[in-house]
Design a protein around this ligand. Structure first.
Ligand code: PLP
Length: 838
């Protein structure tokens, strides 16, 4: 490693990528090298001879962060001077992925940095791999929030993302003897160079205790105050969020819980030192760990504490910022749009009411108007069991004042409903914020609907189903509140960064405007008949497959054939997503090979990735089945490499970035009516994979865009699923009438995949044959038939490549830039505030 001598400035003198600073290449390279050595010496206290790759990564990350902070300072100043309206995106999850590569790309420094590092003997790719992934989300919902942050900044919209700085993110998935085992995600072990703690913006959050009525000095009116039992401090940790081709830098502000100032002085004074420290630990537990999505999450007290904690911290921060630029809170809604990413932050409705009424002495009616005008609510699920409800007892214990406020909101709301529907007690019961009968519970979706001026679904089908089913009563009451905002993905991370070869080919062919105007990809259609272009396209896919093959070999020791079709299903493991149907198809292919070894087959590599919630037994059993089938199929000499099955452990954003570019076939096979949108489906198509899918979520719109001829459709529609269930779905019928399906289930029952444990997969067979709630049996034949069509099409490589190009060319609608522009115009009413270049 050859670096210059350090100089005595502790500040890194890097000034690349800034508009207006035209340094020659040589100067840029030497500045980067100087910045690295300075950081090693003066920030990390290391000599370059002893520095390891991680130290270099840290030095590089600090250099990039400094660039971002410089822009951030100017951005904050510009926004404040403009007195601009801000978006506050409240989300319990932000699945940001690694920051360094993205930061370099957005700053326009990627190539220069690679060159500068290579010049002194360092490999950028190797350093990028040193970054721990911040896995502060479960899957689609958290990743959506991350894509939105990228687009908000790219569009120069003033925004802050508010969330939780979990000390442990989504668990690390290990596979042991084919079973999923969870390990803690210690992503902060080596520090986090991207964040800056802001103890100066600390806030105090109350929990528990009771409320009391009192009279303010010199005032005739009664007020209520909340006498808490516990105080927790929220410390914001700021992560700068760059956009592409802009000097604007927005913030992701994540809250960490710490014990109250004089934490339990009483205990200290009583000599109970250990008791006092234990209390400190209880406070700090609030932001300790991300809850994995699972069926039993409801009722978890710590989760309600997390939700309230980050929302209450964020609202205090929003109010502080508002009062810094405006004289009072009366015009809060004119300058702030707060978006609730699902119901996780819905307690914000009650908290803003509490702040306005109890702390800022607003009348109820005025407070309510401000609250409703400020909030928007995005629904993410159609599954009734996933709608959050909290027991009234728990709520009252943790947030006594909020429960009173929710009762009052409910009282006023139901009085209004009664006027409109005088003789409809059932409707009143359904709309109530409180679920009666059995344990009384607060319905967070109802609170979000009542407290927001806008309610949206995340794909056209999803929004329609919301109106007809889950939120039907609210839709009838307030049709104008409802709109659709089909999800999108950022083309920066999901093409430019993850698939540099394809990005370069596209830019060489049509220019690079697609990076911020994804619809421009349409221009690729004009090159469809250009043979050289198609060859180049195919060669890139092939190279990406080779590099994934090497990764698979390193990760799990399986040799795969890069010339085979890469058939990929990567997403959380859930019954409705039907990984099980995919494995049943694999077993069917295997059976055919065993039965008719001489038959011609199109070679496939079927790749799975995804985490099962730790408490979700059926999903974990599916993981085991995939691995068990892989063991048999991959080691059977009669298969002769024509079929391989791979389960890649620990699916996360970094792995996703390797997988999408190398995929041929995208599996989007959820039961119709169950996937709200999906965003993985968009990432595959953007990278030129063809979809096999049902008419579910955004698949419907993807198929409309890319054309029915370029999409492999199969399966029951939402209406057919409902009709089938209404007359009584009988899975045995399919078992008895489809010999291949029967054989597939019989092979599982025979114990072939569970030697020594013949009953291991019985719960799976039971679920399929007893009630088959996800209609796997009903859709199986259509799926297998469609897969045969896929294989035949794949044999005609030229046709396949044309279809792939058309998928990429026509996917522009699914840019998160479009989604965010729609939110900005129709819900938030915010305008761009571009920061002037240096
Ligand atoms: N997890 C990760 C790491 C992702 O990148 C994505 C989306 O692209 C998802 C989960 C969501 O996948 P899907 O929309 O297929 O459920």
């Amino acid at each position: 490693i050859r670096l210059p001598e350090s100089n005595t400035e502790t500040e890194v003198p890097l000034s690349l990528g800034s508009a207006g600073v035209a340094l020659d290449a040589e100067t840029q390279v030497s500045q980067i090298q100087q910045a690295l050595v300075n950081n090693l010496h003066w920030v990390q206290g290391k000599d370059e001879q002893f520095a390891n790759a991680h130290d270099y990564y840290t030095a590089l990350a600090h250099s990039v962060r400094n660039q971002l902070l410089k822009k951030r300072i100017r951005t904050a100043k510009t926004y404040a001077e403009a007195k601009a309206k801000n978006v506050y995106y409240l989300s319990a999850e932000f699945l940001m992925g690694r920051q360094l590569g993205n930061g370099l790309i957005n700053l326009g420094m990627y190539d220069t940095m690679r060159h500068a590092l290579a010049d002194c003997g360092l490999d950028l790719d190797e350093l990028l791999e040193r970054e721990a992934e911040p896995g502060l989300g479960n899957g689609g919902l958290g990743r959506l929030a991350a894509c939105f942050m990228d687009s908000l900044t790219t569009l120069n919209l003033p925004a802050i993302g508010y969330g939780i700085r979990y000390e442990f993110g989504i668990f690390t998935q290990l596979i042991r003897q084919g079973h999923q085992v969870e390990a803690p995600d210690k992503w902060l072990s080596y520090g986090n160079p991207w964040e800056i703690a802001r103890p100066d913006y600390r806030v105090e959050i109350k929990f528990g205790g009771h409320t009391e009525v009192y009279k303010k000095d010199g005032d005739d009116d009664y007020q209520v105050r909340w006498i808490q039992a516990q105080t927790v401090i929220g410390i914001p940790h700021d992560v700068p969020v760059p956009g592409y081709g802009t000097d604007n830098v927005n913030l992701l502000r994540l809250w960490k819980a710490e014990a109250g100032e004089a934490f339990d002085l009483d205990a200290f004074n009583a000599g109970d030192y250990f008791g006092a420290v234990a209390n400190k630990m209880i406070s700090e537990n609030i932001t300790k760990v991300l809850y994995p999505n699972d069926e039993t999450r409801q009722g978890k007290e710590l989760r309600l504490q997390q939700q309230y904690f980050f929302v209450a911290c964020s609202l205090q921060d929003i109010i502080r910022l508002h009062l810094r630029d405006h004289s009072n809170l009366g015009n809060l809604a004119e300058f702030s749009a707060i978006q609730l990413n699902d119901t996780h932050p819905a307690i914000g409705v009650a908290e803003l009411m509490r702040l306005l009424i109890d702390e800022y002495s607003f009348e109820w009616a005025a407070a309510w108007q401000i609250t409703q005008r400020t909030f928007g609510y995005t629904n993410h699920t159609l599954m009734p069991e996933a709608l959050e409800k909290w027991s009234v007892d728990l709520f009252g214990k943790l947030l006594p004042r909020h429960l009173e406020i929710i009762y009052e909101i409910n009282h006023r709301f139901l009085a209004q409903v009664k006027l409109r529907y005088p003789n409809d007690p059932d409707r009143l019961e359904r709309l109530s914020l409180i679920e009666e009968g059995g344990e009384r519970r607060v319905r967070m979706a109802n609170l979000a609907c009542v407290g927001s001026h806008a309610i949206n679904g995340v794909a056209a089908l999803h929004t329609e189903l919301l109106k007809q089913e889950v939120l039907q009563d609210f839709y009838e009451l307030w049709p104008d509140k409802f709109s659709n905002k089909t999800n999108g993905i950022t083309p920066r991370r999901w093409l430019l960064q993850c698939n540099p070869r394809l990005a370069q080919l596209i830019s060489e062919t049509i220019g690079d405007s697609w990076i911020t105007n994804l619809d421009d990809l349409k221009q690729l259609e004009a090159h469809l008949d250009d043979e050289a272009f198609r060859h180049a396209w195919q060669a890139i896919k092939q190279e990406n497959k080779w590099s994934l093959a090497r990764y698979i070999h390193d990760a799990v020791g399986i040799e795969v054939n890069p010339d085979s079709m890469f058939d990929v299903q990567i997403k959380r493991i859930h019954e409705y997503k039907r990984q099980l149907m995919n494995v049943l198809h694999v077993i069917t292919l295997y059976n055919r090979m065993v039965q008719n070894p001489g038959d011609h087959v199109v070679p496939r590599t079927v790749i799975f990735g995804g985490k099962a919630a730790p408490g979700y037994a059926m999903a974990k059993l599916v993981v085991k089945l995939i691995n068990a089938v892989a063991d048999v199929v991959n080691n059977d000499p009669s298969v002769n490499g024509r079929l391989k099955v791979v389960f890649l452990p620990n699916y996360n954003v970094s792995q996703a970035q390797r997988l999408f570019p190398a995929s041929d076939l995208s599996e989007q096979i959820s039961t119709a009516g169950m996937e709200a949108s999906g965003t993985g489906n968009m990432k595959f198509a953007l990278n030129g994979a063809l979809t096999i899918g049902t008419l579910d979520g955004a698949n419907v719109e993807i198929r409309e865009e890319v054309g029915a001829d370029n999409f492999f459709l199969f399966g029951l529609t939402t209406e057919q699923v409902a009709a089938c269930k209404a007359v009584g779905h009988n899975p045995w019928y399919y078992y008895d009438t489809n010999p291949e399906l029967k054989r597939t289930l019989d092979v599982i029952a025979s114990g072939l995949f569970s030697p020594g444990e013949p009953d291991l997969f019985l719960p799976i067979l039971d679920s399929l044959l007893v009630d088959d709630p996800y209609m796997v049996m009903a859709d199986f034949a259509a799926y297998v038939q469609c897969q045969e069509h896929v294989s035949r099409t794949y044999e005609d490589r030229d046709r396949w490549v044309r279809m792939a190009i058309l998928n990429t060319a026509r996917i522009g609608k699914f840019s998160a830039d479009r989604t965010i522009a729609d939110y900005a115009r129709e819900i938030w009413k915010v305008k761009a505030v571009p920061v002037a270049g240096e």
